[in-house]
Design a binder for this molecule. Structure first.
Ligand code: SF4
Length: 89
């Protein structure tokens, strides 16, 4: 029972900025993502989760769980530096 519950929660919650800090949109949207994706079996359909499994890299905060582009396109954009312009320090 306990293990089944654990499997429902995304293994990325501890470091994922969507879970830890909400989204760039608003607090309500962040809470909805957490309920729909992060804390359910549906985390396996999250584009951030799927992209992290493919590229083994940090996923930019701009990539949302229900991103309209494919996982391959997300990884391609990350590798090309597409998101870097948004995340300059
Ligand atoms: S946003 Fe996606 S990767 Fe991040 S914790 Fe939620 S389900 Fe996991």
């Amino acid at each position: 029972m306990f293990n089944e519950e654990l499997e429902e929660v995304c293994p990325k919650v501890a470091k994922c900025p969507i879970f830890q800090a909400g989204t760039l949109l608003n607090e309500q949207t962040g809470e909805t993502y957490k309920a729909v994706y992060c804390q359910s079996e549906r985390h396996k359909q999250c584009k951030r989760y799927l992209a992290s499994k493919k590229c083994n890299c940090a996923i930019p905060v701009q990539v949302l769980p229900n991103a309209y582009i494919s996982v391959d396109e997300i990884v391609k954009r990350i590798n090309s530096g597409f998101y870097d312009i948004f995340n300059k320090k």
